[in-house]
Design a protein around this ligand. Sequence first.
Ligand code: ATP
Length: 418
Amino acid sequence: MFIGIDDTDSERGLCTTYLAAVLMERLKPLGEIVGRPKLIRLNPCARYKTRGNAALSFQLDSDRPDEVRELALKTLLELSDFSGTNTNPGLVIADEVTERMKAFYRRAVTEILEISEARRLLDLEGIWYRGFKKGRGLIGALASVGSDLPDFTYELIAYRERGRWGTSRKIDEESVWRADALTYPMTWDTVDHHNNRIVFAPHSGDPVLFGIRGSDPQAIMQAFKMIKSEPVERSVLYLTNQGTDAHILAGEIGSVRESQSYRLHGFVAEPARAIAKGHLFFPLQDGSARINCAAFEPTKNFRGVVSLLAAGDELEVFGSVRDGTVNLEKINVLQLAGQVELSNPLCPSCGRRMESAGRGQGYRCRRCKTREQGRVQHVVPRSLEPGYYEVPPCARRHLSKPLIRISGDLAQSVHLAR
Ligand code: ATP
């Protein structure tokens, strides 16, 4: 049985991953969990997401399907925040994962879908499901079940004791920095060195204490054991599409669509401009089209890189299109434009800079009485190097592939944000 759930929490509390964790434990007497549960992130531009647009699924081997369905339903009803205006739970239990379901996942991570599309496919495939209120969670629940992960990472989520929900989290920060130092780069995004903060724990009232992301379950467990904190009620190691760029489509500037995420090639048309609140914008252009790219204030030191771009620089940009603007997640500087400046010539005798001899009369050296006709061009050295640049861990989107995951595969240089 492939069990998928989504849209059970609200800004006020609870968490679909927690519901899945509790459900997996309760289902133990009825069967065996096969493989690892999946924490699947869907289109980050989806309008009704609470936080990170997560959906959960896992596989259960059981010969008591009726009891499984009943228990799953009971647990969903118990651990969903039905009072949330935007909470529309969905529960999907399928017998198999078909090609159409896989295709639905790929659309859910890159496009915006309608609830009716999920219902249609569920009916077509004859899948058992329950949707509550608007049933929007059926989109995520079905997509999570259908997810196939050509690339994947892991996240271990530790959950808080119920009595502590809503209170401030007790985590020994020293131990977190030590755990990161020992396990990076097999774990990442636990801390943000440049911005000097711990980034692996939420601040909301939900049951999550923290999450450790990485490529190697052993390193993740090692980090987990090192971290000192308030008691952990339970923890689950999920397989996930986080950090894989699953949302990124190859695209062209002229044909991008709103609420989709792309890798786009082009040339910087003008240097970046800062607007209020520290957001930076620059236009990117290819032969026929132009689009604005943004490095918003939360991307912190990444804005320093963007501010060094000059007109003519050849780039690839990665990010989502919102309100016609690419929200940058990373850039690849392919080629820097040679920037040329004009200056007065140097005196051929004494080497001093010459001065204008008057309008249209060239340049002269007062001391040596030498003359030159025109100004001279020289190349301005650039303080930016070609290569990949990314937003820092504190601004990373769940789905964005961190450069540490691709640095080994690339010929170009990679400037890691850490
Ligand atoms: P959390 O991260 O705290 O679990 P969330 O950010 O995942 O919360 P949800 O409460 O799951 O937010 O709400 C997201 C809603 O958007 C769900 O109902 C889900 O089915 C729906 N959804 C997911 N992907 C898409 C998509 N591509 N198009 C339309 N709706 C989507």
